[in-house]
Write a protein that binds this ligand. Structure first.
Ligand code: ZN
Length: 426
């Protein structure tokens, strides 16, 4: 496999001016297919009265997607893991059925949105040929990934059912161990299977046979390494970053990245602040000043992923005067008690650079995790997608490389997974 090695000496380009750089980046952004492999959603945002055809207070919606020049996305059928410690029924029929119904509701929402609600603007793609056809028609491209194999229960036939419902990737685990595999959370909580369960191994075989990409994001290191050895098709990590740069268990270390590359797969680097940058904690003075400011304006805590959506929504509700007052007070706190700045696009592209240098530009891609906790300064909603391309151009990536990063690599893997499935079915 041809792996383009890049280093700073060959990638540096001198631009005559910022204008020329902007112009070139805009042209590249326009020409390549930009595909984000991980966007969460609530079914109501797709099929409710207020839905993604409108500019909702969500990071992703169609107006934002159009503004940002984002061409395609994987809508993520995510079902959270119920832990056995909280609910002894979690890995029994009752728990599985609840999870299954939640997954089906999400599949159905994507189908209704693309088929009935916005068929003139976006269409569901089931293979790489669909992706190119829909793009040429000038429509946005929707694909479906499944986050967490939990709703499969212990019924192997459901892998085929999910494929038929449009799933083209499926992650074995989420946070917390399930019936298929250990989760990265075992680094804190201990292990259940020491990698994959016997059923998990069967499910991987079935995914290979059907043509569903195996997603190792959220899995434990041992699960990832076993999956890399077992899978007959390339793997993806649909939304993970580089552990060498940000040491959290959700990220992949060098050994895992090299194993992913060995399979021919791709790391879709995620723009999730907490996985991109380990921030130094706020000083007690700063934390107290920020908490007091939030109380004054009745705001949630934006540093808590579960509260971030509410924080942004409440911020938008402030009157112009209130907003100005809030910004002034925030600037005063930043001057008096400066904090470590949150992750920004530059930090995110540092992860891409690192991965490209380690495993090659053919094995790296891009994902946001919007509306699931993702978002960084400069790429905090789909409307800001151009900033990613701009920073790649600034660092000297060529158009061919940017095309690979934005979709070429992922679509190559998807094509390969389809081809292997056809062979296995013979
Ligand atoms: Zn996730």
């Amino acid at each position: 496999m041809a792996v383009a090695k890049t280093d700073s000496s060959t990638r540096v380009r001198i631009f005559s001016s910022e204008d020329a750089l902007l112009k070139q980046a805009r042209a590249i952004h326009e020409r390549v297919i930009t595909l984000d492999t991980h966007i969460d959603f609530a079914p109501g945002d797709l099929v409710g009265e207020q839905n993604y055809t409108q500019r909702l207070d969500t990071q992703f919606n169609l107006p934002n997607m159009i503004d940002g020049g984002l061409d395609g996305l994987f809508f993520v059928v995510y079902v959270g893991q119920t832990r056995e410690t909280q609910n002894p029924e979690a890995l029994k029929t009752q728990g599985y059925e609840r999870a299954y119904r939640a997954a089906v509701e999400k599949f159905d929402a994507v189908h209704r949105f693309t088929r009935d609600i916005a068929p003139d603007k976006i269409e569901l793609a089931l293979n790489v040929a669909d992706v190119h056809r829909i793009n040429l028609q000038g429509k946005k491209i929707a694909l479906i990934g499944v986050e967490n194999g939990y709703p499969l229960g212990e019924d192997i036939a459901r892998v085929k059912e999910f494929y038929d419902r449009g799933a083209r990737y499926l992650s074995l685990a989420h946070n917390g161990h399930n019936q298929l595999a250990d989760s990265h959370t075992g680094e804190r909580d201990g292990w259940k299977w020491n990698g994959l369960s016997p059923l998990g191994k069967q499910v991987i075989g079935e995914m290979n046979r059907l043509g569903i990409m195996v997603d190792v994001s959220h899995a434990s290191k041992e699960s990832v390494m076993q999956t890399a050895r077992l899978s007959k098709a390339p793997l993806i990590a649909s939304h993970s970053a580089v552990r060498a740069l940000c040491d959290v268990s959700r990220n992949l270390d060098d050994e895992q990245l090299l194993a992913l590359k060995q399979t021919g797969g791709v790391l879709q680097v995620v723009a999730y602040g907490g996985f991109v940058k380990t921030r130094k904690p706020d000083s007690p003075d700063r934390a107290a000043a920020l908490a007091a400011l939030r109380r004054t304006f009745d705001l949630a805590n934006p540093n808590d992923p579960r509260e971030r959506g509410r924080f942004h929504a409440a911020l938008k509700q402030l009157s112009d005067n209130q907003r100005a007052e809030y910004e002034t007070k925030l600037a005063e706190i930043d001057t008096e008690h400066p904090g470590d700045p949150p992750a920004a696009v530059k930090d995110f592209i540092d992860h891409i650079d690192y991965a490209v240098n380690l495993i090659g530009v053919d094995h790296v891609g891009i994902s946001s995790d919007f509306d699931g906790g993702g978002g960084i300064i400069g790429w905090n909603d789909a409307g800001e997608t151009f900033n990613v391309t701009l920073e790649l151009v600034r660092r000297g990536y060529t158009e061919a490389q940017i095309e690979k990063l934005w979709s070429g690599n992922l679509l190559r893997v998807m094509d390969e997974v389809e081809r292997i499935a056809r062979n296995l079915q013979k």
